[in-house]
Design a protein around this ligand. Structure first.
Ligand code: HEM
Ligand SMILES: *[C@@H]1O[C@H](CO)[C@@H](O)[C@H](O)[C@H]1NC(C)=O
Ligand SMILES: *[C@@H]1O[C@H](CO)[C@@H](O)[C@H](O)[C@H]1NC(C)=O
Ligand SMILES: *[C@@H]1O[C@H](CO)[C@@H](O)[C@H](O)[C@H]1NC(C)=O
Ligand SMILES: *[C@@H]1O[C@H](CO)[C@@H](O)[C@H](O)[C@H]1NC(C)=O
Ligand SMILES: *[C@@H]1O[C@H](CO)[C@@H](O)[C@H](O)[C@H]1NC(C)=O
Ligand SMILES: *[C@@H]1O[C@H](CO)[C@@H](O)[C@H](O)[C@H]1NC(C)=O
Ligand SMILES: *[C@@H]1O[C@H](CO)[C@@H](O)[C@H](O)[C@H]1NC(C)=O
Ligand SMILES: *[C@@H]1O[C@H](CO)[C@@H](O)[C@H](O)[C@H]1NC(C)=O
Length: 528
C-alpha cells in the first residue's frame, strides 16, 4: 500500500524532477524498473536484452537481437512525428502500424509483446518503449541516456513516414526533417548522425529485405541476418558497412569522425537518441529527468493486524554511485526507520531497524540494496510519516533521509487488507476478486468508499494494451479487530491477468470531505 492523503491527488502529478521527485509518485513503478536490472526486486526489462546479443523470447529466435529490435521499434514509432502538426512521435502508435511494409518483420510485435507486461496505470506503452531503449543501450555498453516519463499512448496509427532503404537521399532528408531532425543531424560532417547511432547494433535480415541481402540464409541463420558491423552486440563506434550510400552524402566525414573518437560517438549519439525518445505529441508534457532515488520504499504496505496493531511491511531501497556504495556490505549497513504518529508527534517505541535482504540487486547506474521492514505500530496512535537514518558502514555517521523534507508520508485511515482478499477458483477468463479494507470509523461521515481496479484490455489491431479503470463500491461488512476501524469489502469480476499488463488497484474513501487513498496495490493472486 502506497498510502497518501487526498492533498497528493492535486499536487503529486508531473512536478517530479531530479531533486523534486518524492515518494510516492505515479512513476514509482518506472523508477523501480529503471533502477534495478536484476536480482531482488528485478525491474524485469533488462532481462530481455541481457546479454546484448540475446535474441527475443529468451534467446529462442536465432539471427535476431532483442536490443537492436527495441531500438528500431522506438525509431519507427517516433518516425510518425510531424513538426508541422506537432502530432505523432513516441506515442506507441507503432502498435497499429505493424502490418505496414515500412515496419516489416517480427520485431515490432515481439517487442510489444514483451513490453506489455510492464504497461499499467502510470506506465504507458510509450514510456516503456523509451525506457527499454535507455536500458538496452546502457546494457550494450552505450551512453547513459536520461529518462523522462509521461508519454501518452495513441489510439490509432500515424502517417506512413518511416524511411525505407529503396528511397533516395532527398526523400530521407525530407522525412527526417518532418521528424524534426535536420540534414546535419541525419548525416552531415561533424554533427551527429541518427542513422549511425541506430545502426551500430543489430543488422538487416534477408527474410524481410530480400532486395538488400542475398545468400545469407542458412540453416543456422534462418532469417538471413547480416550484421551492420563486426560488433553488432556493442553500442560502439564501429561503423556500419551497409549505409555507405548515406554516409557518402557528406563525403564520409561523419563516419571518419566517429571512427576516430569513441567519446564523440557516445556523447552525440546519447544526445540524439535522447531527443528521439523525447519527441512526443505537442500536448504531452514529459516529467523532469527521473534518476534513482537514494532512499526509496518498495512494496511498502500498512495493514491492521488481528490484535489491533498496525503492521508496516515491505522494503527500503538504498541506492548510491560512490565507491563506498559499491563496496558496502548490506548486512553491515544500519538502516533505521522512525515514524511519527497520526498527529505528527514523535512517541516512544517508534523506530525499528530494517534488515538486509540477502539476495543481491543489480543496477546499471550504481549500487542498489534492499532492507526488509517489519514494524509493529500502536493502533491507537497510528502513523503519518517516517524517516530513514542509514549508513554504508556500521561505524559511519548516519545519513538522515526525509524524502525531500517532510518524511515518507503514510495514511492510516484507509487500509487495504491483503490477508483476507482473494480470487475465486472460477473460470480462467472472468474470476471474482474479493477485496477487503478497513476504514477509520471516528473521522466523520463516509460519503464514498470504493475500489478503483486498474487493468488493461486488448486493442483491435495492436499488440499494445489499453489501460482501463473500473470503480467498484466498497460495502460495509462489520467491525474489525480495532474499535477505530470498520471492515469493508468489494467483490467484482476481474479479467484474466496473464500477460495483460500490470494490474493494480486503489482503495479510496471520502470522509468528511477529505479523500484518503491506498494506491497501487498489487493484483490479488491468493485463491479464495
Ligand atoms: C534512412 C534511414 C533509415 C533506413 C533506410 C533504415 C533501414 C533499416 C533497415 C532496412 C534495417 C533492417 C531491418 C531488418 O532486416 O530487420 C534496419 C535495421 C535497424 N535500424 Fe534502421 N534505418 C534507418 C534509420 C534508423 C535510425 C534513425 C535508427 C535508430 C536511431 C535505426 C535503427 C535500426 C536498428 C537498431 C536496426 C537493427 C534491427 C535488428 O537488428 O533487428 N534505423 N534499418
Ligand atoms: C496516472 O494514471 C491515472 C489513470 O489513467 C491518471 O488519472 C493520472 O492522471 C495519472 N497520473 C499521472 C501523473 O500521469
Ligand atoms: C541542425 O540543427 C543543429 C542543432 O542540433 C544546428 O546546430 C544546425 O545549424 C542545424 N542545421 C541546419 C542546416 O539547420
Ligand atoms: C548469391 O548466389 C547466387 C547463386 O550462387 C549468385 O549468382 C549471386 O552472385 C550471389 N549474390 C551475392 C550478393 O553474392
Ligand atoms: C569511411 O570512413 C571509415 C572510417 O574512417 C572507413 O573505415 C571507411 O572505409 C570509409 N568509407 C568510404 C566509402 O570511404
Ligand atoms: C500484534 O500482531 C502482530 C502481527 O501478527 C505481532 O507481530 C505483534 O507482536 C502483536 N502485538 C502484540 C502486542 O501482541
Ligand atoms: C461473481 O460475483 C457475482 C456478483 O457478486 C455473482 O453474481 C457471481 O455468481 C459470482 N461468480 C462466481 C463464479 O462466483
Ligand atoms: C501484430 O499484432 C497485431 C495484433 O495482434 C496484429 O493485428 C498484426 O497483424 C500483427 N502484425 C504482424 C506484422 O504480425
Ligand atoms: C465484532 O462484532 C462481533 C459480532 O457482532 C462481536 O462478537 C465482536 O465482539 C466484535 N468485535 C469487536 C472487536 O468489537
Amino acid at each position: 500500500m502506497r498510502g497518501i492523503k487526498s492533498i497528493f491527488f492535486s499536487t503529486f502529478s508531473l512536478c517530479a524532477g531530479v531533486s523534486g521527485y518524492v515518494w510516492p509518485s505515479p512513476y514509482d513503478f518506472l523508477e523501480d524498473a529503471y533502477t534495478v536490472s536484476s536480482g531482488f526486486a528485478d525491474g524485469g526489462i533488462v532481462a530481455g536484452v541481457n546479454p546484448c546479443s540475446i535474441s527475443p523470447f529468451a534467446g529462442l529466435s536465432p539471427g535476431r537481437q532483442a536490443a537492436s529490435e527495441w531500438l528500431r521499434v522506438a525509431y519507427h514509432d517516433m518516425a510518425t512525428y510531424s513538426i508541422d502538426t506537432g502530432l505523432g512521435g513516441l506515442d506507441a502508435s507503432i502498435g497499429f502500424e505493424t502490418d505496414r511494409a515500412q515496419n516489416v518483420g517480427p520485431a515490432m510485435n515481439s517487442s510489444l509483446q514483451f513490453f506489455r507486461s510492464f504497461q499499467s496505470e502510470n506506465s504507458s506503452m510509450a514510456d516503456v518503449i523509451a525506457l527499454s531503449v535507455i536500458l538496452a543501450i546502457k546494457n550494450c555498453g552505450g551512453p547513459s541516456i536520461p529518462f523522462r516519463a509521461g508519454r501518452i499512448d495513441a489510439e490509432n496509427g500515424g502517417p506512413e513516414t518511416v524511411p525505407e532503404p529503396q528511397q533516395d537521399i532527398a526523400t530521407h532528408t525530407q522525412l527526417f526533417a518532418q521528424q524534426g531532425f535536420n540534414v546535419s543531424e541525419m548525416i552531415k560532417s561533424h554533427l551527429p548522425a541518427l542513422v549511425a547511432c541506430g545502426h551500430t547494433i543489430g543488422g538487416i535480415h534477408q527474410a524481410d529485405f530480400p532486395g538488400s541481402v542475398e545468400n545469407a540464409t542458412t540453416s543456422t541463420n534462418p532469417s538471413g541476418v547480416v550484421h551492420f558491423d563486426d560488433t553488432f552486440d556493442s553500442f560502439d563506434n564501429h561503423i556500419p558497412n551497409s549505409d555507405a550510400r548515406i554516409f557518402q552524402a557528406d563525403g564520409n566525414q561523419t563516419m571518419s569522425a566517429y571512427a576516430k573518437d569513441p567519446t564523440l560517438f557516445a556523447s552525440q549519439c546519447g544526445a540524439l537518441l535522447e531527443r528521439m525518445l523525447n519527441t512526443v505529441p505537442k500536448a504531452v508534457q514529459l516529467t523532469d529527468v527521473i534518476e534513482p532515488l537514494a532512499v526509496k520504499p518498495y512494496q511498502l504496505a500498512l495493514t491492521l493486524a488481528s490484535n489491533g496493531s498496525l503492521v508496516l511491511s515491505g522494503y527500503i531501497r538504498i541506492f548510491g554511485t560512490s565507491a563506498e556504495a559499491a563496496s558496502a556490505t548490506a548486512a553491515d549497513m544500519p538502516v533505521i526507520l522512525s515514524w511519527l504518529d497520526r498527529n505528527a508527534q514523535a512517541s516512544a517505541a517508534s523506530s525499528v531497524s530494517a534488515s538486509a535482504v540477502s539476495e543481491a540487486s543489480n543496477s546499471l547506474w550504481g549500487n542498489a540494496r534492499f532492507f526488509q521492514v517489519n514494524a509493529i505500530i500502536n493502533g491507537q496512535t497510528g502513523i503519518s510519516s517516517f524517516v530513514v537514518d542509514w549508513a554504508f558502514k556500521t561505524q559511519d555517521s548516519l545519513t538522515h533521509s526525509d524524502n525531500g523534507g517532510s518524511g515518507f508520508p503514510l495514511q492510516d485511515v484507509v487500509l487495504y487488507q491483503p490477508a483476507n482478499s482473494c480470487v475465486d477458483a472460477g473460470g480462467v477468463l472472468n474470476r471474482n476478486t474479493t477485496t477487503y479494507a478497513v476504514i477509520r470509523n471516528d473521522m466523520g461521515p463516509i460519503t464514498a468508499a470504493y475500489v478503483d481496479y486498474n487493468s488493461n484490455v486488448n486493442q483491435v489491431g495492436s499488440t499494445s494494451l489499453k489501460q482501463i479503470t473500473t470503480r467498484i463500491p466498497l460495502v460495509h461488512t462489520g467491525n474489525s479487530s480495532s474499535p477505530l476501524y470498520d471492515t469493508y469489502s468489494a467483490t467484482f469480476t476481474s479479467p484474466a491477468t496473464a500477460n495483460q499488463g500490470r494490474v493494480t488497484f486503489d482503495v479510496v474513501a471520502v470522509i468528511a470531505g477529505e479523500t484518503y487513498a491506498s494506491l497501487n496495490n498489487p493484483a490479488i493472486s491468493a485463491a479464495c
